[in-house]
Ligand binder design. Sequence first.
Ligand code: SER
Length: 312
Amino acid sequence: MKKILVTGAFGLVGSDLIAALSKKYPKGSLVAISHKAVADSEALVEKADIRDTETLAKIIEKHGITEVYHLAGLLSVASEKNPQLAWEVNLGGLKNILDLAVKYKLKVFWPSSIAAFGPTTPKVNTPQHTILEPTTMYGVNKVAGELLCQYYNLKWGVDVRSLRYPGLTGYKAPPGDGTTEYSVHIFYGAINEKHYSIFLKEDARLPMMYIDDAIDGTIQLMEAPVENITIRTSYNFGAISFTPKELGEELKKLVPDFTYDYKIDERQKIAETWPQSIDDSQARKDWGWRAKFDLAKMTKTMYEGLKIKLQK
Ligand code: SER
């Protein structure tokens, strides 16, 4: 029987992933790791720090874990604030999981990001194989992590699979401190205050994706036959590409009295180093990737879902 461990289980991706996996697998198949106490989850919750290999090993043995979705990590802004901690958690944590994957023969998913690219990368329709010279700590962690995944696959045959997530938009978890998360905060602004000040420039075009697509793609990649997987660093993973202004205007169609302006901060500098759109043809070819949400569908689903969540 499949026994799945999810780290970072209460973040933006983890919250939706746990919900999707718990629909798919019988009760008792899911274990979630959190470094803080959590009240409620569809999974069994174990408290552990991703840097603590011994505790992780005990949890894996206790539950007979066979697969790991390793999502624990600091996002771009938090990593800039504390690069030392980002290195320990983002890269040290990944290495711990990969070492445990060798020992316990685990299949692993780990997310990379568009942050693996940098200012020297071609920005439009960014290819799968291209220049990776990021200038943020988060991006440095992602490139090193991608190479580490490939190394563990080549050296020890670990079946580790990865996606370069674009900016993700979802409402189940509260938004964190990512550069692309203006696209979540803006919905809270529209519902709570009918106003939001966007921290990126109006034309900061970035590759983005609605969370349901990200979760579907993640599970699809993990379920693809092993012989289809030709990329062991991380797959380019695309859906939509929009600017803050395009999202603001789309949201105004649903909330006509919503207003927005711009209060640009240091996150704009990070955004400027990332691509505008992604060529994900390898993922399409290898395991049939297709996104389902365009900007209009994403905006409507986010708005309606968050309104219910906030009981407005
Ligand atoms: N969405 C992430 C961030 O903005 C990038 O992977 O930090």
